[in-house]
Design a protein around this ligand. Structure first.
Ligand SMILES: *[C@@H]1O[C@H](CO)[C@@H](O)[C@H](O)[C@H]1NC(C)=O
Ligand SMILES: *[C@@H]1O[C@H](CO)[C@@H](O)[C@H](O)[C@H]1NC(C)=O
Ligand SMILES: *[C@@H]1O[C@H](CO)[C@@H](O)[C@H](O)[C@H]1NC(C)=O
Ligand SMILES: *[C@@H]1O[C@H](CO)[C@@H](O)[C@H](O)[C@H]1NC(C)=O
Ligand SMILES: *[C@@H]1O[C@H](CO)[C@@H](O)[C@H](O)[C@H]1NC(C)=O
Ligand SMILES: *[C@@H]1O[C@H](CO)[C@@H](O)[C@H](O)[C@H]1NC(C)=O
Length: 195
């Protein structure tokens, strides 16, 4: 029985589909560059880097969306006195949208900042040069998610405790199931193509 001449082609296909599984999307925008900036600030203080937390990023994006139409003033964002930030009535709704609830987010912190045109160097100093630095230099935070809309950028810090993990009980498996289905479809389409 002759072995299929297609076999040499299957290996690279398999490898590339494994690579796709591990790196579903690669995108680099303001929020990723802010995270890098925050992590080099932490490195300068000998603190571990914050890892990216996608659920926190989801919440950060939703909060930035609530703020997006407010103008920047000296009383918004990182210029606010802590505790005087506007509260949003639909906060629980935003949590639900991101598959979160108070029991897995209460140890986290939400830090909105307003910088015209999100000028990158100003954005970083609005976090490292304001009262927010007291959170950024805190060893209890291990992860971060960042979202932005218009002039607003929001950083949400997470911890590795259950009350600050931002890890939903079920959503994680939903995400990996979608990843797996995508992976299988890729393999299936690849083999149809080869036939
Ligand atoms: C960081 O660690 C290095 C080497 O261990 C030390 O020289 C430096 O003073 C530390 N910096 C801070 C801010 O703790
Ligand atoms: C904000 O700016 C206004 C006008 O520029 C000034 O009167 C006010 O004192 C400032 N507030 C703070 C908290 O700096
Ligand atoms: C948060 O979600 C978890 C798991 O879905 C649930 O056990 C917990 O009761 C929820 N907490 C609140 C306050 O809704
Ligand atoms: C934050 O950004 C504003 C522009 O919105 C800038 O005027 C201010 O100096 C920045 N604050 C810090 C601490 O960098
Ligand atoms: C963290 O930052 C705050 C505010 O800037 C400062 O008071 C505190 O000493 C800093 N802590 C560490 C461990 O660097
Ligand atoms: C930046 O935003 C994108 C899309 O909104 C998101 O997928 C990514 O996780 C965010 N990055 C960080 C560091 O939060």
């Amino acid at each position: 029985m002759a072995s299929s001449p297609l076999c040499p082609l299957l290996l690279p296909l398999l490898l590339s589909s494994i690579l796709l599984l591990n790196h579903p999307v690669k995108c680099d925008d303001e929020n990723d560059s802010l995270l890098r900036g925050i992590n080099s600030y932490r490195a300068s203080l000998n603190l571990t880097a914050l890892s990216k937390n996608d659920n926190a990023a989801c919440l950060a994006g939703e909060i930035a969306d609530q703020f997006k139409d407010r103008p920047c003033t000296n009383t918004t964002g990182s210029n606010t006195v802590p505790g005087t930030e506007p509260q949003f009535a639909d906060y629980p709704k935003l949590l639900t949208k991101c598959h979160l609830n108070v029991s897995n987010t209460q140890d986290g912190v939400i830090m909105p900042a307003c910088v015209p045109k999100l000028e990158p160097s100003l954005v970083l100093t609005n976090f490292t040069g304001s009262l927010y630095s007291g959170n950024l230099n805190d060893t209890k935070f291990t992860g971060a998610g960042i979202g932005s809309e218009n002039d607003w950028i929001v950083v949400v810090l997470t911890t590795n405790t259950p009350a600050g993990s931002f890890v939903p009980f079920n959503a994680a498996s939903v995400v990996s199931r979608i990843g797996l289905i995508f992976h299988l479809m890729f393999l299936l389409m690849g083999s149809i193509f080869l036939l």
